[in-house]
Design a protein around this ligand. Structure first.
Ligand code: PEP
Ligand code: MG
Length: 313
């Protein structure tokens, strides 16, 4: 399937009825932009800034960050680029932001929590991003990782606005924020669902632990029900909702996500071709039928099977 999809002409992501579903790339370095563009990425849906600084002992300077962000933004003229504020902690510890002594780092001072406890690091990053934006014509969006409350969404959005950044949003990767999406979206500009962490926290299964890997399945109806809440809140508020976790790279699940109300999908560039091809085979109505079938299942395996059957396979 991959070879066939790779041979198809590269078009923008769309359903069979023409509904646009922009297909974006997940990147960790500006150097990865070239390959993403060659594979038809319509922009960047998740730039993981922590990968730039994994080996840094101290917080990166505004100048060093600005340089990296300019390089990234210049690769996507006129296109949407979603940059995530440092998501330090748990699987991505940064020595200058995290306390290595925490017993449960996945439940600790990580992501936006760590940034709000170290405001100067957040301010420096937003300053560097605003300066980079001023030198390029990419459409820069910024977002906060690991948001669990409305107050956190408000705080990040306020910080970003104060730094002159026009589009600020939050990741939904904790069940509390998925359940409260109808209150969180009015407090910010957009939502991007991180299905890797959302699955980990919904199933209470460490995403890095092989012995519980069977539970780390975004097809689980519990995860799909939470995504439905976010999709519905997006429709009700008119705010964009994306998915940037691994779930977006699973072609059939990508269709289900669109059926749940997700507007854009961001993934590892290698997955773009297969997802593009699968989306083109379903109308909005069919995507909604696949989503309804998956939602009514009892298990992850049944949800996948129900979606396959709804797709006539
Ligand atoms: C996620 O949690 O789904 C996500 C996209 O972020 P990360 O994998 O970097 O935690
Ligand atoms: Mg995450």
């Amino acid at each position: 399937a991959r070879a066939a999809a790779a041979a198809a002409p590269i078009t923008d992501g769309a359903l069979a009825d023409g509904t646009a579903v922009p297909l974006l790339a997940n990147l960790g370095t500006p150097e990865a932009a070239e390959e993403a563009l060659a594979l038809g990425a319509e922009g960047v849906g998740l730039f993981r800034t922590e990968f730039l600084f994994l080996s840094s002992e101290k917080a990166p300077s505004v100048a060093a960050q600005r340089e990296a962000y300019i390089k990234l933004l210049k690769a996507f003229p006129g296109k949407k680029v979603v940059v995530r504020a440092l998501d330090a902690g748990a699987d991505k510890p940064l020595p200058f932001l995290n306390d290595a002594e925490e017993e449960n780092p996945a439940l600790g001072l990580r992501g936006l929590r760590a940034l709000l406890a170290n405001e100067e690091i957040l301010r420096d990053q937003l300053t560097a991003l605003a300066e980079a934006e001023a030198e390029t014509d990419a459409d820069l969006w910024v977002m906060a990782p690991m948001v669990s409350t409305v107050e956190e969404a408000e705080a990040f959005t306020k910080f970003a606005t104060e730094h002159g950044l026009k589009t600020a949003g939050v990741m939904i990767e904790v069940p509390s924020s998925a359940l409260m999406a109808d209150k969180i979206l009015p407090a910010t500009g957009f939502a991007s669902i991180g299905t890797n962490d959302l699955t980990q926290y919904t199933m209470a299964a460490d995403r890095l632990l092989g012995s519980v890997a069977g539970l780390q399945d975004p097809w689980h109806p519990a995860v799909l029900r939470l995504i439905r809440e976010v999709g519905a809140a997006g429709a009700a508020t008119g705010k964009p909702v994306g998915v940037c976790g691994e779930a977006a790279a699973d072609p059939l699940l990508a269709v289900v996500l669109v059926g749940l109300g997700v507007n854009t999908l961001s993934m590892a560039p290698a997955a773009l071709a297969d997802v593009r091809l699968e989306l083109s085979k379903h109308t909005t109505e069919q995507a909604e039928a696949l989503a309804a079938a998956a939602l009514s299942a009892s298990t992850a395996a049944e949800a996948r099977q129900a979606a396959l059957e709804a797709a006539g396979r």
